[in-house]
Ligand binder design. Structure first.
Ligand code: ADP
Ligand code: MG
Length: 294
């Protein structure tokens, strides 16, 4: 019920935000994207810094009452594991991954990180531990520097520069008119899609979270850019628990475990060779060379 009502309640402040012009409109779009405003429990604990074990315990989830999109998903991930999530569009890949940083609350079951229920910890400490790289990157109307530092607001200048280098956006920034001081503009219109994604990757390097969610972009990139992004993703995944909604065969092949998500459940799981040998759902997807959509 709450998940259904909250977005409507947010609409009431739309007029107010519209009065602020485009900045207001951007804010509105962001609010709608984050959906329900989940609050910290009164006795919420600080999660501290986790090792990164993730347990999805018999989780069911519905955006709207009575319309379940995940059905009794049970998944146990060791700290440091890389999980590739594949499957047809609308199967529930993004939904499953968004429950880990608690963008929504489960309808039944529980999500635990290092054994702690995500509903029982502060969202601030949860988001310190779980980094998310999504396809549509949120940028502020501010400098490139501040947009990167958003990953960890107390980072030093040296740390921001190091993160830009790790994300391989440093050279691009140096070519901009004012370097790190270059103004990004409303919605980051000055930057290409690839540059925006690299800024969000730089934020992750700064934040250094033990758990990472990557929703890989499907947009066609040239093969050189593809290969470079792949290398960066491999670097990002190192030493963290990583869930990657993957389209590239190379990403999927290298994963510790592949999940085929379909109709709100895990249809099959295992390593690439194992699943190819089984000649089931994954092998069929693999043959189409189209591992996932959406
Ligand atoms: P995938 O990432 O595998 O394409 P999703 O998790 O995006 O699948 O979607 C799973 C199901 O949930 C689909 O039926 C989709 O229409 C529905 N869905 C996704 N996001 C929302 C939302 N914000 N509100 C209502 N339904 C949604
Ligand atoms: Mg998706």
């Amino acid at each position: 019920i709450t998940t259904f009502i909250t977005p409507i309640r947010k609409l009431s402040s739309f007029a107010e935000m519209f009065a602020n012009g485009f900045a207001g409109l951007q804010r509105f779009a962001d609010l709608m994207r984050t959906e329900p405003d989940l609050r910290d429990a009164p006795d919420a604990r600080d999660l501290g810094r986790v090792a990164g074990r993730v347990d999805v315990e018999h989780v069911s989830f519905a955006y709207r009452e009575g319309v379940a999109v995940l059905h009794d998903v049970d998944l146990h991930v060791k700290a440091g594991e890389t999980i590739a999530v594949v499957g047809p569009s609308g199967g529930g890949k993004s939904t499953l991954c968004q429950l880990i940083p608690r963008f929504y609350d489960v309808t039944s079951g529980a999500i635990r990180i290092d054994g702690q229920d995500v509903r029982e910890v502060t969202q601030e400490s949860l988001h310190r531990n779980v980094g998310v790289v999504q396809q549509d990157v949120f940028l502020f109307a501010d400098s490139v520097f501040e947009n990167i530092r958003y990953g960890r607001p107390d980072a030093t200048e040296e740390e921001v520069i190091a993160a830009a280098k790790q994300a391989e956006i440093y050279d691009d920034i140096m070519e901009m008119p004012d370097g790190f001081d270059s103004y990004v503009g409303e919605r980051g219109t000055m930057l290409s899609g690839g540059q925006k994604q690299r800024i969000s990757i730089a934020r992750i390097f700064l934040k250094n979270p033990p758990v990472l969610i990557l929703d890989e972009a499907t947009s066609a990139l040239d093969s050189v850019t593809e290969a470079k992004i792949q290398e960066t993703f491999d670097q990002l995944a190192k030493g963290r628990t990583t869930f990657i909604i993957a389209h590239r065969l190379s990403t999927v092949r290298n994963a510790d475990r592949i999940l085929v998500v379909r109709d709100g459940g895990i249809e099959e799981q295992g390593r690439h060779e194992e699943l190819m040998g089984r000649d089931g759902a994954y092998a069929a997807l693999y043959r189409t060379q189209n591992l996932s959509n959406g």
